[in-house]
Design a protein around this ligand. Structure first.
Ligand code: 3HC
Length: 283
């Protein structure tokens, strides 16, 4: 099947990046948010990022204007009815995702692909909310979407080969390289990232090393662009905790058990960069 029109549900950090990259790569994009305020915030994020791209010489004025013209925004889920692929990037909440997928199943074209950008929830469970589990898969993007060159595809038990092939072509058209994982919490990248980030928090909590030395050690010792505590702030401490809990729930392995410091920081509203405070102060 050919993908021309992309629907994106949610225009937070990930949804806006997915929408921006899709529009920049020539797809018509409809972004759905829950209310006009959220639409406005999403537009600000997407258009702001494209303006920065223009100013930094990453895009010509013509490419910028064309990408802007390909984007539309709505609060009506019905506006996604003629999309060839719909990517859900809403909050990581299974009940909410099931509701969204049941809606999409009702209104999307019969051959439309329904994808979730979940970082840890079960594709099979989300697919079970639809009557077309063969058309459902995980398409996991990385933040910032326009910069990170990877997409992780997650195949549910019932995802068809045709769906996987069409989604892979879509990823290539977005200029990304792709890897494939079976439907297990954390897939490939988060399965390795989460215990690493949790261990960094544990050694901070135990007083083994300071925040700055942990980050500098990894940045310089392993040539990572960010140390694990900076990266945790970047991902969002609430998101990190959510993924850790989902992985712990499934595997019951202490490697995925959140350290008390992380849970307390999240409870206190320290969610990292997006709230201005995490392991670092961004205010
Ligand atoms: N949109 C578009 N371009 C962006 C951007 C954005 N939001 N943010 C940065 N860029 C571009 C800049 O324009 C710049 O391009 P240039 O070098 O051609 O001028 C380039 O990226 C580098 O940006 P900066 O110079 O501003 O800053 P840095 O050199 O510090 O790079 C970074 C920023 C790209 C975020 C880099 O620090 C990095 O790669 N960090 C690691 C990010 C990472 O690991 N992401 C994955 C998180 S895990 C995840 O998402 C999965 C989830 O399930 C948890």
């Amino acid at each position: 099947m050919t993908i021309n029109k992309v629907g994106v549900i949610g225009s937070g950090l990930m949804g806006s990046g997915i929408a921006e990259q899709s529009a920049r790569c020539g797809f018509d994009v409809v972004v759905r948010e829950i209310n006009p305020e959220a639409v406005e915030a999403g537009q600000k994020r997407i258009f702001g990022s494209m303006t920065r791209g223009l100013e930094r010489g990453k895009m010509t004025q013509e490419a910028h204007d064309e990408a802007v013209a390909r984007l539309s925004f709505t609060t009506e889920v019905e506006a996604l009815a003629d999309c060839d692929i719909i990517i859900e990037a809403a909050t990581e909440n299974m009940a909410l995702k099931k509701e969204i997928f049941a809606d999409l199943d009702r209104l999307a074209k019969a051959d439309a692909i329904l994808a979730t950008n979940t970082s840890s929830l079960s594709i099979a469970e989300i697919a079970a909310a639809t009557s077309r589990p063969d058309k459902v898969l995980g398409i996991h993007f990385f933040n910032p979407v326009p910069v990170m060159p990877l997409i992780e595809y997650v195949r549910g038990l019932l995802t068809s080969d045709e769906t996987m092939a069409a989604a892979r072509q879509f990823g290539a058209d977005l200029g990304k390289q792709t890897v494939e994982s079976q439907d297990r919490p954390g897939f490939i990248v988060n399965r390795l990232l989460i215990p690493y980030a949790l261990d960094a928090i544990r050694i901070l909590e135990e007083g083994v090393a300071t925040r700055d030395d942990i980050d500098l050690g990894i940045k310089l010792g392993l040539a990572h662009p960010m140390g694990p505590l900076t990266l945790s702030d970047f991902v969002g401490l609430d998101t990190l905790l959510f993924i850790a809990d989902a992985m712990y729930d499934e595997f019951k392995d202490p490697r995925y058990a959140a350290p008390p410091l992380l849970r307390r920081m999240v409870t206190a509203g320290y969610h990292g960069r997006k709230t201005g405070k995490g392991f670092y102060d961004y205010s």
